[in-house]
Write a protein that binds this ligand. Structure first.
Ligand code: ZN
Length: 464
């Protein structure tokens, strides 16, 4: 029995790991590599395994860096089931169809074959088998899995994997992406008790977010300042997670922040579709969100919210010189409608740009965070005179304290393999984990772990 790392080892994107037990192969995630000039080329490379030899896939959540190469896996011969949480299964089609459209457009521009197309996505979606949280399920002989709420985005999971070969049994926990404790809308990450090995994300392993209350106050203050300046507020937002969280905070503080004076636009067909999935799953909401939603028949209480579905509706927003909060994709401003809004507003000092999520190196969003004096958009040079704010506390990812809190729920402390982080943040997390006496290892692609050689630590190594 063995665990091998293929992606998101020493970097944030491209999550992909493989568990092998008794000749069966289970893939954990099959994500897209994002950011960096060589990303398209790396996504095209052959998988370091035979796609048709994989027996099952478990998907932690719907972000493209976790699910984005599933259609490619299917295109290359995978025919097995793709298990994922029920709510995640409703979000995945939205993301994968968008990803295929982008791939086809890129291919037309570069006159190459697309990474995959909508037909590949349809075939991948047919393989999805939704599974509820908290119920163990035998996916393959010798491999049992249970998904738990990771509190990161709707339907996100941490994955418990029990492996057995003859008398030898071990329990692994794959964190998936972990949310912040006390994050709006969603429940906190599941509190595990024990494992023989933990695979842990480290996106913000070297950072402390501002406290939740501070973050909300900061957002209120930015909007107050922006109202005085009279310009627009542009928010490059990830369609799934940040957009819904931001709208939720606007609804929550609607009266207090005098938001009636703004026009609020959700300018992203994908974010609109994802918001509808969120509003369809109130059973996944925490207590505060459940209270706020009361009386609004599933929708958010935001009377001045406009959902801009069509390109014409989006273009009309470009005429607005002030008083608009425009939430538009893509989240790292490396494509999508937000580019047009940035083009129209970035050169104006009265406008504000609000960065609410992780920005990979090489993206326009990262350049804005790094205060580049000018940027290129659609071949034009645009001076960056707007006021750029980074609201770290809104991140979908837990910070170092959240990650350590999650890990501390395991007793005794299992060995940790660190994935899904740039090297400095992974190292910083490893250092903190070692202070707790944990054995923490940075992973790299191709690293293999013999699971049978792990000491048995978990009370339920043998199965739930
Ligand atoms: Zn994620």
């Amino acid at each position: 029995m063995q665990l091998e790392f293929f992606g998101a080892a020493g970097e944030v994107t491209g999550s992909c790991h493989i568990v092998q037990v008794g000749g069966r192969e289970l893939l954990l995630d099959c994500g897209m590599i994002q950011g960096g000039r060589d990303a398209p080329e790396r996504n095209r490379m052959p998988f370091p395994f035979e796609a048709s030899a994989i027996d099952a896939v478990v998907l932690s959540h719907a972000h493209i860096d976790h699910c984005g190469r599933l259609p490619l896996l299917v295109k290359r011969g995978y025919r097995g089931p793709i298990y994922t949480n029920t709510a995640c299964a409703e979000l995945v089609p939205i993301l994968l169809r968008d990803s295929a459209n982008l791939a086809v457009r890129d291919a037309e521009r570069s006159r190459t074959e697309p990474l995959y197309d909508l037909d590949d996505v349809t075939r991948a979606l047919e393989l999805i088998q939704p599974i509820p949280y908290d119920i163990p399920r035998e996916l393959l002989p010798g491999i049992k899995v249970r998904v738990r709420d990771a509190g990161h985005i709707l339907g996100s999971s941490s994955i418990e994997v029990w492996v057995r070969e003859g008398e030898i049994a071990r329990k692994l926990v794959f964190s998936g992406d972990l949310g912040q404790y006390g994050t709006p809308i969603l429940h906190d990450p599941w509190r595990f008790e024990s494992a023989d090995l933990v695979l842990m994300e480290s996106t913000y392993g070297d950072r402390r977010h501002r406290g939740r209350d501070d973050t909300e106050r900061e957002l209120g203050a930015i909007l107050e300042q922006a109202a005085r300046d009279g310009g627009n507020v542009i928010v490059p937002a990830f369609a799934i997670g940040r957009s819904q969280e931001l709208l939720y905070l606007l609804a929550k503080h609607y009266a207090e922040w005098h938001l009636a004076r703004w026009k609020i636009f959700l300018d992203s067909p994908m974010a609109i579709a994802a918001s509808k999935v969120y509003w369809r799953h109130p059973e996944r909401f925490d207590e505060e969100a459940t209270r706020l939603r009361e009386g609004f028949r599933g929708l958010l209480p935001l009377p001045n919210l406009t959902l801009s579905e069509t390109a014409d509706e989006s273009r009309a927003i470009n005429e607005i010189r002030g008083g608009a909060i425009i939430i538009a994709g893509s989240g790292m401003a490396n494509g999508g409608r937000v580019l047009y809004h940035l083009k129209h507003n970035l050169a104006r000092p009265e406008c504000h740009v609000l960065i609410v999520g992780f920005q990979a190196p090489g993206t326009l969003g990262r350049m804005l965070v790094d205060r580049a004096p000018e940027v290129r958009i659609h071949g034009e040079t645009i001076p960056n005179k707007a006021q750029v704010h980074t609201l770290g506390g809104l991140s979908a990812h837990g910070d170092q304290a959240d990650l350590l809190r999650w890990y501390d729920s395991f007793t005794p402390h299992p060995p940790v393999y660190i994935v899904h982080g740039e090297v400095p943040s992974g190292e910083a997390l490893a250092t903190e984990l070692r202070k707790r006496g944990a054995v923490a290892t940075m992973t790299r692609p191709g690293l293999k772990i013999d699971l049978a050689s792990l000491p048995v630590l978990a009370r339920d190594s043998a199965a739930p």
